[in-house]
Design a binder for this molecule. Structure first.
Ligand code: PHE
Length: 344
């Protein structure tokens, strides 16, 4: 029996040694140490042994059982370690590989230009005022000195929703709304950025929807020279210190006198080229002294208060500043177009 037990031990240790996975180890354990295993099998013959031999064999069997158990444990740990090492190797990250580039977005060119203009005017003490894009006929036209059936309404054909509601054609209604809120008390110093709508046919320079920034400064003793000085600062800030401005007489129902502002052409320095159509000047915005009727309708005493107002299209400013040749580029969201202006 001793011999058989020793044989079992040898066999078991050998199988444990060559086992390649935990499943095999489990099978080995059952085969040798299990209830119906090899050792139990041998011990069944104990009955035939003498009293003296029994404890000796029993002890040996226990010892061998312990040895096999221990060998199983050791091997199990070894297999686990090997598995872990293999996993680590397989899942290793090569930190020297170049990373996948992250596609970072950026503000739209139009948004940037609007912010730049807002920053300039807020630095001069203006606050930003906003209003509804669906506007009443009263605020969009009447309060701006454009009574019903006034022929100057034809300059701004729009989308009416009802007889009294329309998509605003300009952000000037925000000026009228803000003036009213001040109940005849100046100063009022605001810029009004926002989307506006006109029933225009879309082409390279027209769009049925575009953006505007209008400005309004109402206080005692505001004069035309204040308007000119402000616009001069604006033009030089946006287009460069070497740009000159020029004011031409024009007409808007809500300002009197009204002007159109031009800046000197950057391309030809005033000589005349195809960009400025030979004139040396490029028109960029409309402005004027707030019409007394507008002030009075909003509850201001037009003898005490004067004001100036101006309005511009950020699209046009952006097109001139960055050489964009078609207004539709701003709205069609072609990434190739938009990407060019990341970081400008
Ligand atoms: N609201 C005018 C327009 O849309 C621009 C403007 C604003 C002109 C303020 C004068 C004063 O054309």
């Amino acid at each position: 029996m001793k011999e058989r037990l020793n044989e079992i031990k040898e066999e078991a240790l050998e199988q444990i040694q060559s086992a390649v996975d935990e499943k095999t180890l489990q099978d080995v354990r059952v085969y040798f140490l299990g209830k119906k295993g090899q050792i139990t099998e041998v011990l069944k013959g104990m009955g035939k042994l003498s009293k003296e031999e029994r404890p000796v064999i029993g002890q040996l069997a226990n010892q061998i059982r312990d040895e096999i158990s221990e060998a199983l444990e050791t091997k199990k740990t070894k297999l686990e370690q090997a598995a872990l090492e293999q996993q680590l190797e397989e899942e290793a990250v090569d930190v020297t590989l170049p990373g996948r580039p992250v596609q970072a977005g950026g503000p739209h060119l139009l948004r940037k230009v609007i912010r730049e203009i807002e920053d300039l005017f807020t630095s001069m003490g203006y606050s930003v005022a906003e209003g509804p894009e669906v506007e009443t006929d009263f605020y969009n036209f009447e309060s701006l000195n454009l009574p019903k059936n006034h022929p100057a309404r034809d300059m701004q054909d729009t989308f009416f929703i009802t007889k009294e509601l329309l998509m605003r054609t300009q952000t000037s209604p925000v000026q009228a709304r803000t003036l009213r809120k001040h109940e005849g008390q100046g100063p009022v110093k605001i810029i009004c950025p926002g989307k506006v709508y006109r029933r225009d046919t879309d082409d390279a320079t027209h769009s049925h929807q575009f953006t505007q920034i209008e400005g309004l400064y109402v206080d005692e003793n505001i004069r035309m020279s204040d308007l000119k000085g402000t616009l001069n600062v604006f033009a030089k800030h946006m287009f460069g210190e070497d740009r000159a401005i020029r004011l031409r007489p024009s007409f808007f129902p809500f300002t009197e006198p009204s002007v159109e502002m031009d800046i000197s052409c950057k391309i030809c320095q005033g000589e005349g080229c195809s960009v400025c159509k030979g004139s040396g000047w490029i028109e960029i915005l409309g402005a004027g002294m707030v019409h007394p009727n507008v002030l009075e309708m909003a509850g201001f005493d037009s003898n005490q208060y004067k004001g100036f107002a101006f309005g511009m299209g950020p699209e046009r400013i952006a097109m001139l500043k960055y050489g964009v040749e078609d207004i539709r580029h701003f709205y069609t969201n072609d990434i190739r177009f938009l990407k060019q202006f990341h970081g400008v």
